[in-house]
Design a protein around this ligand. Sequence first.
Ligand code: PLP
Length: 466
Amino acid sequence: MMNADEFRRLGYAAVDWIADYHTLGAQGPVVPQVKPGDVTRSLEPHPPLVGESGDALFADFKDKILPGITHWNDPRFMGYFPCNNSLPSVLGEMLTAGLGVNTFSWITSPAGTELELLVMRWLGEMIDLPWAGVIQDTASTATLCALLSAREQVAPVNAEGLRGQQRLVCYVSDQTHSSVLKAARIAGIGDENVRVIPTHPVDFSMDVVALERAIDEDIRLGHKPFFVTPSVGTTATTAVDDVPAIVRICRARNTDIWVHVDAALAGSAAILPEMRWLMAGVEQADSFVFNPHKWMFTNFDCTAYFCKDKNKLKHALSLTPEYLKTDVDDVAENLRDWGIQLGRRFRALKLWFVLRSFGVEGLQEKIRLHLALAQEFATRVKDHPRFELVGNPRFNLVCFRLESDMATETLMTALNATGEIFVTHAKLGGRYVIRVSFGQTHSGWDTLEKLWSLLGETLRRQPQPA
Ligand code: PLP
């Protein structure tokens, strides 16, 4: 087994390796050139009977694991949404791993709980949202917590189970992230009771007139509308739903329709005064989620979940068996009551390191740069004779296409085959689009130029339209 001396030696080597990785980027293709099963075949099929040296582990990491790694933090990774990272975050994560604490109760690590509540207050201050917040693993989990809180607000399902109550109905748009549908399944709401509201054909925001009609129709039928999820920055194209209008519609009918604002990616941009518009209406909603692990340089996982009334969250999720009772329960927060699982990682440390190391201005500078890169790319796309800009890019994502689905898909496949860039796709209004996301910690103008020239070269090699 590894002793402290070996740990020290390999730990220093690992830190050197990480520092190089963060400054030099991946030395090779951004997406690994492996086929399904290749990694498994390169590894021992059985666990070792006797312990191996740390050198062997580190060597296999480099020789066998790294060739199968997709380099999410290389600026050339422009697929999906970013999942970015930074050196202060890694340092915080290393210390969290070193401590190995569990933060389910205040007493199980007072600093873990208090730091988490503090950094969430800091984030709230940065985005102008004066609510209590808690760190969750993912936006999917935060959304499930919101849905469970909303469900308990209108039906005592925790106590009585799902039986005989009014049909509970929730509302999403055709662009809403699948995590809301999954949450509805997990919470026993069922696909049939999720109304998928259409979006506008140009900007892909939710049609609020159709939402209003759907809610009224459900009320007329004797159903119970209880949960609406506007998105601020949808996954396919970062469309922004009209949160103020959606809140008004819900409040005009019933105060117990929970409005959960999903800003998983785009929420980070609210730290910029010029982007604060994206928070319009949020204070009248019930909950808000965004992911520092997407666009705030904090390594996965780290989701910021804010709730207007933390007691509703605790009402839905708190459960205290005898063995978890402590004598400070009435004066201290036990964060297991604010989420699903009992055991909780000490995620606040890395976020605290990031916020302090960058400072608010340092974070603003990075996010502003990413927005500028996306705007410049969108302008070039608009001016290009063959490209069509799709949607209304307001954040760090740009969607575009060629004259047909087939040409667009062929271009994307060829672009990714170079190994020099990685982009992904979506379908918008049934049409295939390429999504380009600027958001890595070290993305810069050189990243944009590289992408643009690669796009030009790849396009020239494609068959030209008749
Ligand atoms: N909501 C939106 C708008 C997203 O884009 C995503 C992921 O990309 C999610 C939710 C889910 O995020 P997570 O992976 O943190 O669950």
